[in-house]
Design a protein around this ligand. Structure first.
Ligand SMILES: NC(=O)c1ccc[n+]([C@@H]2O[C@H](COP(=O)([O-])OP(=O)(O)OC[C@H]3O[C@@H](n4cnc5c(N)ncnc54)[C@H](O)[C@@H]3O)[C@@H](O)[C@H]2O)c1
Length: 336
């Protein structure tokens, strides 16, 4: 009898570790976010009727955010520079949801034109009366070696990804503190937590974002109903590589390379919305091996340097050879 109980216990312990092992290696989000997926609030229940302002809504993650939020029944403010693209996204939102025309405000905005941000925020607040959630999503990446990159590119990355985001946040935040409620969600990146070659300036701008919002969150402890969240996605299918900065300000990327190995935009945005619906403060959203790298970087930095050194070297070599650098980790790289 005793033997049976011991065997059963061993069986459950083994099962417990097996489940954890599988979760760890096949998961595409951190444990808190996965837990929220399992037992937390559904985005459709929590976000219905809320006013959500999405920057960078004309493509990629921002566009998909617009579609999934529309399906949740959120009222939307869609911002990016190109009005025609925003109108296209609005039309798609209306087709895919029960929202009415006046539930979606198209509000063209350039994150670099900081002088316009006060006026844009006033327009948004006047239209809906308030803003429940600001999603700071607009931004650009980088594909260039530090030694070859003009300092102007570094300035542009900080102006857009960091100062543009801070500027909008500083306009919206007083409305939230006045109401005592709201969420500010900012799309950072895996490279906001760890380094990556070919993205020294981009990674620095996302590290700056992490530092800013991690500090702001603590400053706002007197406002327990204001949630500050950062999202750290690994590679996701979007226009990000196509739109990336290179070594010179106006030099385009020659080839965006293969996107197939990246996480689908739909999955990334679904996980983001679960995190937002459950007030998750930091979301790690990435396929393996990137998710694993997040953990290793936190718990064993020396080992993390060893792995990133190996992978990064390969990436730089492929880039220098004119191959698809982003594919370097996964498949035989194709000529770009
Ligand atoms: N796709 C990825 O692999 C990935 C990974 C981690 C983080 N991110 C982050 O996700 C966010 C969205 O990027 P994406 O992958 O959807 O790329 P994307 O290029 O498809 O979308 C970027 C959006 O930002 C907008 N934008 C760019 N410059 C702007 C400006 N000056 N003013 C206003 N809007 C501007 C673009 O118009 C577009 O709507 C970015 O902050 C990016 O850094 C992306």
């Amino acid at each position: 009898m005793d033997c049976c109980i011991v065997s059963a216990l061993w069986y459950f312990v083994a099962l417990y570790f097996l489940i954890h092992f599988l979760c760890f290696f096949f998961a595409d989000a951190d444990f808190t976010l996965l837990w929220a997926c399992l037992v937390g609030h559904r985005p459709g229940n929590k976000l219905k009727g809320l006013v959500v302002w999405v920057t960078g809504a004309s493509s990629g993650i921002g566009e998909e955010l617009a579609y999934q939020l529309a399906r949740c029944g959120s009222r939307l403010i869609l911002s990016a520079r190109r009005e025609d693209e925003l109108k296209r996204v609005k039309r798609q939102c209306l087709e895919r949801s029960n929202l009415q025309d006046d539930d979606i405000l198209v509000l063209p905005l350039d994150l670099l034109e900081r002088m316009s941000h006060e006026e844009k925020t006033k327009t948004a607040v006047q239209y809906f009366g308030h803003i429940d959630i600001l999603i700071n999503n607009g931004g650009r990446s980088q594909r260039s070696l530090c030694l070859e990159t003009s300092i102007d590119v570094y300035e542009a990355l900080m102006e857009l990804n960091f100062l543009g985001t801070v500027s909008i946040t500083k306009q919206v935040l007083p409305h939230m503190t006045q109401r005592g409620t709201g969420s500010i969600v900012t799309v950072s990146s895996t490279v906001g937590l760890i380094g990556a070659p070919l993205a020294t300036g981009y990674s620095a701008s996302k590290h700056a974002i992490q530092g800013f919002f991690n500090s702001l969150r603590i400053e706002l402890t007197d406002y327990p109903k204001i949630v500050i969240s950062t999202v750290c996605p690994g590679p996701v299918q979007s226009q990000i590589v196509h739109n990336a900065f290179t070594e010179e300000l106006n030099k385009p990327v020659t080839s965006a390379g293969n996107q197939e190995h990246k996480m689908s935009t739909g999955r990334c945005v679904h996980l983001m919305l679960v995190g937002i619906a459950n007030g998750v403060k930091e979301m790690w959203i990435a396929q393996q091996p990137f998710l694993l790298l997040h953990y290793v970087w936190q718990y064993a930095p020396t080992f993390a340097w060893f792995i990133t050194g190996m992978l990064g070297r390969k990436r730089v070599q492929h880039f220098k050879a004119g191959l698809d650098a982003d594919c370097a980790y996964f498949t035989k790289p194709k000529t770009s």
